[in-house]
Design a protein around this ligand. Sequence first.
Ligand code: 5AD
Ligand code: SF4
Length: 447
Amino acid sequence: MERKKLYIQTFGCQMNVQDSEKAANLLRLSGYEATDDPQDADLIIVNTCSIREKAAQKIVSQLGRFRELKARNPRLRIGVGGCLAQQWGGGFFRKAPYLDLVFGTHQIHRLPEMVAALEDNRGRQVQTDFCDRVASLAMLARPEAGAVGTFVTIMQGCDNSCAYCVVPILRGSEQSRPLPEIIREVNLLAGQGIREITLLGQNVNSYGKTDAGGPDFTDLILAIGEVARIERIRFTTSHPKDLSPRLIASFGRVGALCEHIHLPVQSGSDRVLKRMNRGYSAEEYRRKVGALRAACPEISITSDVIVGFPGEEEQDFAATLALMEDVRFDNLFSFQYSPREGTRAAGMDGQVSDETKRRRLQVLQALQADHTLRKNESRVGKIEAVLVDGLSKNEPAEITGRTRQNRIVNFPGDPGLIGTTVAVKITQAFLHSLRGRREGQGGEYVH
Ligand code: 5AD
Ligand code: SF4
């Protein structure tokens, strides 16, 4: 039987990348083979994101391009999944009448039957119900052959209610996967050559909270730290209010836990944090950063900030810059506030003009670029443990990997080193990466 061709395009976060892998693996069982050319496809799936307006606009224009393919190939089917599909549901057919399939964030497991119905010409398919065992589908997400690191979903959904965020509406309430199931998966991955695991969830450090007396996030990290051949553990994303003293104390103590935390602060103004419903003050955030650095002086701290949240005045923005000066993030992802349908902030007074948002973002990004470069420069002369994960993108004779603090390092070396950890002396720092040379003769770095 000739295999049908599937082209998947993914927008948004790592959660969506995982979901696309699950969809591809499920549909393989229905006879679909992945292609990287949409012109070749019998089925195109666009996995969508709704976090900011810009993401939604990009997706709609991409769909327009796929529509042209359908005009030339009437057998082509086009489906949308993910967050925007969850949000618009059957309404997506009105916005894009050429679509055949809409599946929500909890309906990936129904794809085979939905696609079979399309093949039987049973008409357009739409499924956007929520169900509570989605995260267990995680087993279906498989890393690419030869991958050194991979993500493991440990929970689905989010129980917070940040006023700006559409995610809890689109991904449902928080559910943690059972610890033994996660450990089984990690063992399997270790056996396949994976050396680095990144635990994935909307709010990973509240893992297990619905199971009183059961394992919490620190227990999970300790358990993964025991899995042979897993050299590195990372996690994303964590919420400052759920960062427990026990987790903080694990940095520097659990050998496999990397010295890096992504801890989104969103704003440095208490007034704005309150309106965002974040559940901590700027001072509490500073204190947590202090405790992290006391436990692990080498820890690298990265964050997310939103500028132009409704009601943000110049003095609030100045408080964010002041927090950045105090904390000195290793890196920062910054966004202009984007009103999202169904969220509380979208209806708040004091919406900030686009021009002000743009200006604030520019000021903030210039300050952060200075901090990032200085932090990177502070690594020059040091010897870093680099887990080699591939060939350098720009220099064919070089290989690339990451330090435990998550910095990219390029250096001359043998591609045979991919998958191993080596000692690299840092010789040069740039804004987005470091360069170095291998230290010592052949010996593998053991941290
Ligand atoms: N507007 C702008 N940025 C947002 N984020 C989430 N929702 C919005 C929004 N409505 C940002 C937050 C979050 C990151 C993933 O995206 O900073 O941490
Ligand atoms: Fe991921 Fe959020 Fe975008 Fe959904 S809306 S794909 S959860 S970033």
